[in-house]
Design a protein around this ligand. Structure first.
Ligand code: THG
Length: 368
């Protein structure tokens, strides 16, 4: 593929200088911003992520900030997850849906105070929807995108590296909780979360000016831990069953089709604009759902369009993410599968660009 032309529309991040110096080999575009995808190779990055610690420029996980007396009411309008029990200091993974129950985004919600939230968005322009709802309902809330850029520290040695910068108290942060820590006189939120299952943190860097100082501090403090620049890793995230909005799901899918029913409390999420539509969906249940799939044969190419899942001449689903897994010694994949074929161990074929290969819906093989 040709190179990508830099421009103002394709935003750099506060960490881009560090990412370039570290030898980033490829980017994708996410929320109109650069997101690194490869440093050494996807496989070498994967091995290192699972054995050491990496610093990830995930500034493209932009924050939609809600501030004001109606912030809580607006948050509940956006999601079928019941937010009444959410306390300041908590992060919630939140399916967000439109009035038909279609997925608009799957962000992490961060509750800073009763009247202040961040929605840490996946790749869709959620800000416009949130502003439209607030305007349409005349809500007393300010909505904007603050100068906040997440920096993730992921891998088995993440606790040790973070303790060297923020002190041993970071070790006590519980999963999907955050606490405020001081860096260069600035108070910043540090959460135990991140887009991998290797453990780690996300630092919500408040102010682009402290981006490179923090990046450099982490790299210097972790030299003996073999800390490296890294990025969300395709192989690891498929093995871990972490979904990618725009790839594995779109506005065409309900949270239940995405397997996100466990993050919905539609009965009690009063105020959610998609509530009536989802209550109807729940009655019968979904007729297709996201499943882990193992694809036989050699390493598959990149999945840049859905690959049909076939039973003979009939299409019964599609693969939307796939990669060769060195640890499982097979191709691991995520796909949307019709209910007639979604039981574990169902044999199917997948139509790759270079021909048809055997595959199976799996369970307990690579998603825990
Ligand atoms: N962190 C932050 N913002 C983000 C992401 C992130 N925005 C974009 C994207 N990632 C949003 N998507 C996800 C998908 C999965 C998870 C988080 C964000 C995730 N899921 C765990 C799981 O499914 O097992 C845990 C969910 C839970 O138990 O609550 O972590 O990564 N800031």
């Amino acid at each position: 593929m040709a190179l990508i032309s830099p421009s103002r529309r394709l935003r750099r991040t506060p960490f881009s200088d560090g990412v370039e110096a570290a030898g980033c080999k490829a980017y994708t575009v996410y929320n109109h911003m650069l997101l690194p995808t490869v440093f050494r190779s996807v496989e070498e990055d994967y091995r290192h992520l699972k054995s050491a610690v990496q610093v990830w420029d995930v500034a493209c996980e932009r924050q939609v900030e809600l501030r004001g007396p109606d912030a809580g009411r607006l948050m509940q309008m956006l999601t079928p997850r019941d937010l009444r029990g959410m306390l300041p200091g908590q992060c919630f993974y939140l399916p967000m849906v439109d009035e038909t129950g279609g997925m608009l985004n799957d962000p992490v919600g961060v509750k800073l105070a009763d009247d202040r939230y961040w929605i840490s968005i996946a790749d869709s322009d959620l800000l416009f929807w949130v502003k439209g709802i607030a305007y349409g309902y005349r809500l007393d809330v300010l909505i904007d995108e603050p100068d906040v850029s997440p920096l993730a520290v992921q891998g088995p040695l993440a606790d040790d590296l973070m303790a060297r910068i923020f002190g041993d108290q970071v070790r006590d942060i519980r999963f999907f909780r955050f606490r405020m820590f001081d860096f260069m006189g600035r108070s910043i939120a540090v959460a135990r979360s991140g887009y991998s299952k290797q453990g780690g943190f996300e630092i919500y860097v408040d102010g682009a000016d402290i981006g490179m100082p923090l990046w450099n501090a982490l790299m210097e403090a972790g030299a003996d831990l073999d800390v490296r620049a890294g990025c969300p890793n395709l192989i690891e995230r498929i093995e871990s069953g972490l979904l990618s909005y725009g790839n594995d799901m779109t506005r065409d899918n309900t949270p239940h089709e995405c397997g996100l029913g466990r993050f919905c409390n539609t009965q009690t999420a009063v105020g959610c604009v998609g509530r009536d539509a989802l209550l109807r969906v729940i009655k019968d249940g979904p007729t297709r759902q996201i499943r882990p799939i193992a694809i036989e044969g050699d390493a598959v190419p990149g999945c840049d369009r859905p690959w049909p899942i076939m039973d003979g001449d009939y299409q019964v689903g599609q693969v939307t993410s796939a990669a060769w897994s060195p640890d499982y010694e097979t191709n691991v994949a995520i796909g949307m599968v019709r209910m007639t074929h979604w039981e574990p161990f169902t044999d199917v074929d997948v139509l790759l660009p270079n021909g048809e290969v055997r595959a199976a819906v799996v369970h307990g093989v690579f998603w825990n």
